[in-house]
Design a protein around this ligand. Structure first.
Ligand code: SPQ
Length: 421
């Protein structure tokens, strides 16, 4: 695809529902007693994979546009799936399912696409095996023999909401309390949703305790827009001259707002309005106006709060005056692709001064760049980040695969070019 260039970006956009919350609403709704009505559901490929997996385990799920109705069967109401559960490109679906399936009374198996088969699952299967889980393999396909589980006291070696959530979900099925100690605070949508459904779960800073559950009660979930999708427009509005973009209804849970802190630190003109709370999640409208950005350092405990935004933050850094250092971000190596290597290779193609480091990258920004033939590595966040980057380049740029954006933002290119009209 040729990446068409726009000369300014202005207007209002409503990004699709939060991917993390959409997955969790389907999963927890399936395990709850009663009907969960989900509004603002993300109909991206990843969340549709989660729906398919739960339908395959006997859950009645109806999709009507962005409204999804899940008829929960209770904690012990899943049935043995016919065949291997297929999670497509989704790390979240794969890892969270491990936590649920470990405590069932049936056996199951999970696999996904070529990218998923390369992503490490040992980080989930190891703590689950300490709980008594029987899971074969550290890469997909995984073979799970459901069994009785025990509570554990677990210090997490990585900051990961997926690992934390898998242990919490298994903890619902355990015969005693499960305690988790995070090394850094990761997104807490599971804790909030489970609390609303009546689970006995407490979070105190980095420590989480979940007690075995007898049942969960269905609650309706209004999914806010995904800040990870809004991030592309936040950076576009900041770096494109004469632009002003408002993204409405964005989830601004403090465990996800690192991008706002970093862009403000770089000098971006960002305002949050209409702050409100919906089902325990903070929501706001975000307006970004063009401004001159300067380099910064991104590292430490902010990383889990912006991990998925680092490719687009790198785009902001390429346009900023001076040096930006991204560090403590080794986790980027085990995403849909190695996002450190992918960003460095693609940015280098268009003349950006960028150096790969062991835990991130160093970008010397503010210089003229030229168009290039970009590779996405099948990674949705690379496709969208490179589309924004191409706007800064002289000459034509192409993308080898624009279709992968449908994983988290099926209408991305439509929304992008509407802002350029
Ligand atoms: O689901 P998947 O494929 O892992 O998606 C990504 C993404 O960029 O959309 C990561 F590649 O988001 C993860 C995120 O990085 C979604 C997630 C969640 O919903 O719990 C948590 C983060 O991953 P992790 O490994 O830090 O727990």
């Amino acid at each position: 695809m040729i990446i068409r260039k726009i000369s300014k970006a202005s207007g209002t956009v409503r990004v699709p529902g939060d991917k993390s919350i959409s997955h969790r609403a389907v999963m927890l709704g399936s395990l709850a007693e009663g009907t969960t009505e989900i509004t603002g559901f993300l109909k991206g490929a990843d969340c549709l994979s989660t729906i398919d997996c739960f339908k395959n385990m006997g859950i009645d799920i109806n999709i009507n546009g962005e409204n999804v109705t899940v008829s929960g069967n209770g904690l012990y109401g899943l049935t043995q799936p016919s065949g291997t559960l297929y999670t497509g490109n989704s790390g979240t679906a794969t890892r969270l399912l491990c936590g649920i399936l470990a405590g069932q009374s049936f056996s199951s198996s999970i696999t996904g696409d070529a990218s998923i088969q390369k992503r490490p699952m040992g980080r989930v299967t190891k703590p689950l095996s300490l709980m008594g889980a029987k899971i074969e393999n550290e890469y997909c396909p995984l073979y799970i023999t459901g069994t009785k589980l025990h509570g554990i006291d677990y210090k997490m070696p990585v900051a990961s909401a997926q690992v934390k959530t898998a242990i919490i979900l298994a903890g619902l099925y355990a015969d005693g309390d499960t305690k988790i100690h995070e090394i850094e605070k990761s997104r807490n949508h599971t804790e909030l949703m489970l609390g609303a459904m009546g689970a006995d779960i407490t979070a105190d800073g980095l420590d989480i305790t979940v007690k075995p559950a007898k049942s969960l009660s269905a609650v309706n979930v209004d999914v806010p827009g995904d800040i990870s999708s809004a991030a592309f427009f936040m950076v576009l509005g900041a770096i494109m001259p004469n632009s002003c973009i408002t993204v409405t209804n964005v989830g601004v849970n403090p465990t996800r707002t690192g991008i706002i802190d970093v862009l403000k630190d770089m000098g971006a003109d960002i305002t949050l309005e209409n702050m409100r709370t919906s089902a325990g999640e903070s929501v706001a409208d975000i307006t970004v106006r063009s401004s001159t950005l300067c380099g910064t350092t991104v590292g430490g405990d902010i990383i889990p709060r912006l991990i998925d935004e680092l490719p687009i933050i790198a785009v902001a850094a390429a346009s900023a005056e001076g040096e930006t250092v991204i560090k403590d971000a080794q986790e980027l190596k085990v995403k849909e692709t190695n996002r450190i290597r992918a960003v460095v290779d693609e940015f280098t193609k268009c003349g950006i001064d960028i150096t790969e480091t062991d835990d991130g990258m160093i970008i010397k920004g503010g210089k003229a760049i030229h168009g290039a033939d970009f590779k996405t590595y099948g990674d949705h966040r690379m496709a969208m980040s490179l589309t924004v980057l191409a706007q800064m380049a002289d000459g034509e740029s192409t993308l080898d695969d624009s279709d992968c954006a449908r994983v988290s933002y099926p209408m991305f290119f439509d929304d992008f070019y509407k802002l350029g009209e």
